[in-house]
Write a protein that binds this ligand. Structure first.
Ligand SMILES: NC(=O)c1ccc[n+]([C@@H]2O[C@H](COP(=O)([O-])OP(=O)(O)OC[C@H]3O[C@@H](n4cnc5c(N)ncnc54)[C@H](O)[C@@H]3O)[C@@H](O)[C@H]2O)c1
Length: 260
């Protein structure tokens, strides 16, 4: 208990999956958490789960691709708790299509959320953290930000962009000596509603078994990851235990990207 006690955290895309698990884990360890998402019901449920366990959290509707909503979200955090110490840029969507089938509209939508959304978070989150004397930004990328995956060009481009945006921000913040650390996290295949939905899409068909097998084949340890596997990595980067980590990529993928 208490690994991030006293800190104020913002987790985007926290109505579901990894964002929800991360918000809950940070709250368990003492952070006050602003849960944001464009899905209000799931976001409110995350807050109920945190409060039910004795933690402190609020929900705010936020579309991470909107610059105005980023500014308003940061304003609300400062008005509520007076500071921002931890930002987890987690919200994303995935377009799983071949390049031939990806329209320019698809491409722009993918990047407006998964890359522009992270850029805006880094920009406005950093400005708020500088006023709080520093902080930790954690950008959720993917193994798709390190290696190329078939039928995922737009997603890989966004996640690869997040990886190098993180390193460029790290270089800039080091020059500024602003006390803000920034790192990226690269999950492998984790059992979340998003992943389960993709598998269920082929429910009862041969394709379902194939999709499930292809996901399991991406785990050299044999099983899909659990959201807590990622939440624990984020907790480490959020806490002062990781004070010497900056511009790094934390790969949590059961070894997939190392051994493929
Ligand atoms: N689950 C995995 O296996 C896996 C693997 C690698 C990377 N990731 C990354 O982890 C993060 C979370 O993934 P997940 O599996 O939990 O997905 P998920 O679909 O279960 O949750 C994503 C959340 O983001 C929200 N969201 C989407 N677009 C938004 C927007 N514009 N504004 C605000 N909220 C928005 C959704 O409403 C949802 O609640 C994503 O960045 C994803 O790319 C996941």
């Amino acid at each position: 208990m208490g690994r991030v006690a006293g800190k104020v955290a913002l987790v985007t895309g926290a109505a579901s999956g990894l964002g929800r698990a991360t918000a809950i884990r940070l709250a368990e360890e003492g952070a006050r958490v602003m849960v944001t998402d464009w899905e209000d019901r799931g976001g409110a449920e995350t807050v109920d789960l945190i409060k039910g366990a004795g933690g402190e959290a609020r929900f705010r509707h936020q579309d991470v691709s909107s610059e105005e909503e980023w500014q308003a979200t940061i304003d609300e955090i400062i008005a509520t708790w007076g500071r921002l110490d931890v930002l987890v840029n987690n919200a994303a969507v995935i377009i799983a299509k071949s390049i031939r089938d990806t329209t320019l509209k698809d491409w722009r939508w993918q990047n407006s959320i998964a890359l522009d959304g992270v850029f805006l978070g880094v920009k406005y989150g950093c400005a708020a953290m500088e006023k709080s004397g520093g902080g930790s930004i954690i950008n959720i990328s993917s193994i798709a930000g390190i290696i190329g995956l078939d039928r995922s060009a737009a997603y890989c481009a966004a996640k690869g962009g997040v990886r190098l945006l993180t390193k460029a921000a790290a270089a800039e913040f080091a020059r500024l000596k602003n006390g803000v650390r920034v790192n990226s996290v690269h999950p492998g295949v984790i059992r979340t509603p998003g992943v389960e939905k993709t598998i269920r899409k082929y429910g009862g068909t041969d394709k379902e078994a194939k999709v499930r097998a292809s996901f399991e084949a991406m785990s050299p340890l044999g099983e899909l990851g659990e959201p807590s596997d990622i939440a624990n990595g984020v907790l480490y980067l959020a806490s002062d235990e990781s004070k010497y980590m900056h511009g790094a990529e934390l790969v949590i993928d059961a070894g997939f990207s190392a051994v493929r």
